[in-house]
Design a protein. Structure first.
Length: 139
């Protein structure tokens, strides 16, 4: 079994490949998808900022457009898990590795998967509850 320190190190590496997102105009940084949505503004009132599009291979993707507080328009690809670039493939390998580690520590696949997804969307509480206190018993 992996130690809790190994799991936390893997989670940190996984999160680093998705966020933080930085505005190239003013340098403001958004630590998570949740922070990105909360700390940016809609581009047009009464519109979600979501746009359906296609990637270079014709696969459907969803993009989220928001305005930074400086006024610059930012975009987040909400289909990062399907990104077939080298960075996207590395992100998927890290996610799969973390999923296996959690399962090897006795967690059910669906529970571990949901906890990792919540973590990537800025909610660390689900994963923290799954792992228990850091440095405590069970790791």
């Amino acid at each position: 079994m992996d130690s809790e320190d190994d799991i936390y190190a893997g989670l940190q590496a996984l999160a680093e490949t998705t966020f933080p997102k930085r505005c190239r105009t003013c340098g403001r940084e958004y630590a998570s998808l949740q922070a990105f949505i909360a700390q940016t503004e809609v581009i047009r009132p009464r519109q979600s900022g979501l746009k359906e599009s296609e990637d270079d291979d014709g696969r459907p993707i969803v993009e989220l457009f928001r305005n930074c507080v400086c006024g610059s328009t930012l975009m987040e690809n909400l289909n990062n898990r399907r990104d077939l670039s080298e960075a996207g493939l590395q992100r998927r390998r890290r996610f799969d590795d973390m999923l296996v580690r959690l399962m090897m520590n006795g967690h059910e696949h669906d529970v571990a998967h949901a906890a990792l997804m919540s973590y990537l969307h800025g909610d660390q509480g689900v994963l923290a509850a799954l792992l228990g206190p850091r440095g405590g018993a069970g790791g």
